[in-house]
Design a protein around this ligand. Structure first.
Ligand code: CP3
Length: 348
């Protein structure tokens, strides 16, 4: 841990602090000219695999925005490669997994002993921590078993997750084997990020909201809980994020995560209430509001801050990642607004 006393880490632990910390999912990305300049000559995967470059992209975004935490620049799908499942990105299409998992045999041959080959992400974290020292906390991240499994089985983004769900229902043992293997690899990968200095780990379960509560509890919660416990054993707070999770929130909390990320479809205080106000919450401005006039954007941010004011453990963020065409000025202004407004309203 490089910045254990930071506003962000205190909020993760739901400890009183004198302001609400703010950072943004996908804060380094195509909406930013500095990132587009780096991307002109390097692919996304190249940037991820060159620690010097990944660190620079991470630092540039955090400094330009003036946020309270930096998230390491990497991608959710990197562990697929070391499990024996190559993928690439296609312009306009997103990720393409070359041979998606479709049979029990495909799952049986997946490898779990090569997590160390992802050490380039930890190397990048080490560089970012050396740059910021205790000035700014650094967030490591990984994919949750369900969301990673859905990419591996679907072969890319999906609307109905039919291949993944069919595997889950018809071959529950193979499905569980896949989730177990993912937990093994991702837990080791994340622990290495913590050893490199990460102050928290965010687990992205971006697409888990496509499941009913019953299916989530039966097919996903047990292995996700194992992952969260393994991550908590590293000693840093764990943030567990998904979208479309209004009905799943209480079950997600059962994983033991310190912070639950909520999207914008529900007021954040209502989400927190569904968690019995246990632990911390992160969110939840609609990323589309960053395209709106400042007056509208500010009023929405203010509503969120008002509804959580006085309760320790709110980390301000969007309900999902920053979208590619987002005006940078709005992001900067939003970060500043949250910091200034919350200093005035937070009770300690
Ligand atoms: O937040 C950050 O600033 C850190 C960087 C980060 C990236 N990917 C870099 C990236 C993070 C946290 C991720 C996580 C990720 N990757 C998720 C979970 C987050 C979420 O949005 O729910 C997912 C589902 C992925 C897989 C992935 N990577 C997809 C579906 C895509 C294509 C999206 C698109 O718009 O084409 C990517 C590409 C990707 N990963 C980009 C960035 C900045 C797009 C820009 C580029 O091509 O350079």
């Amino acid at each position: 841990m490089a910045a254990p006393d930071s506003l962000f880490v205190r909020a993760c632990k739901a400890q009183p602090a004198d302001a609400v910390p703010v950072w943004f999912m996908r804060q380094a990305g195509r909406y930013m000219a500095e990132y587009r300049a780096v991307r002109k000559s390097h692919s996304l995967i190249e940037i991820c695999k060159k620690p010097e470059m990944a660190a620079e992209v991470t630092i540039t975004a955090a400094e330009a925005l003036g946020v309270d935490a930096a998230i390491i620049f990497a991608d959710l799908l990197l562990p697929l490669e070391v499990m024996g499942l190559p993928f690439h990105f296609e312009a306009g299409e997103g990720p393409v997994i070359e041979k998606p998992l479709r049979t029990e045999q495909d799952i049986a041959v997946l490898q779990t002993h090569r997590a160390a080959e992802l050490g380039y992400v930890a190397d990048a974290i080490r560089k970012v921590c050396a740059h910021f020292g205790s000035r700014l906390p650094v967030i490591g991240f990984c994919g949750a078993p369900f969301t990673l499994a859905s990419y591996m089985i679907e072969g890319g983004s999906s609307r109905n997750y039919l291949h993944a769900k069919t595997m889950m229902y018809n071959s529950p043992r193979a499905w569980d084997e896949l989730l177990r293997k993912l937990v093994t690899v991702v837990a080791e990968y994340s622990a290495e990020q913590v050893r490199a200095g990460a102050d928290a780990i965010q687990v992205f379960d971006s697409w888990v909201g496509c499941l009913s509560v019953e299916d989530y509890r039966r097919y996903v919660l047990p292995r996700t809980t194992e992952l969260v416990h393994a991550l908590k054993n590293t000693g840093v707070p764990v943030i567990y994020f998904g979208t479309d999770t209004a009905t799943l929130l209480p079950a997600m909390k059962e994983t033991g995560a310190d912070v639950i990320g909520v999207d914008w479809r529900m007021p954040i205080d209502e989400g927190w209430r569904r968690l019995d106000f246990q632990g911390a919450v992160q969110g939840n401005l609609d990323p589309a509001l960053l395209f709106a006039d400042w007056k509208e954007l500010k009023a929405s941010a203010e509503r969120i801050l008002q509804s959580t004011a006085g309760r320790p453990g709110h980390i301000f963020n969007l309900g999902h990642g920053i979208l590619p065409e987002t005006p940078v000025e709005n992001v900067k202004n939003l970060a500043r607004f949250v910091q200034e407004y919350s200093v005035k309203t937070v009770r300690t």
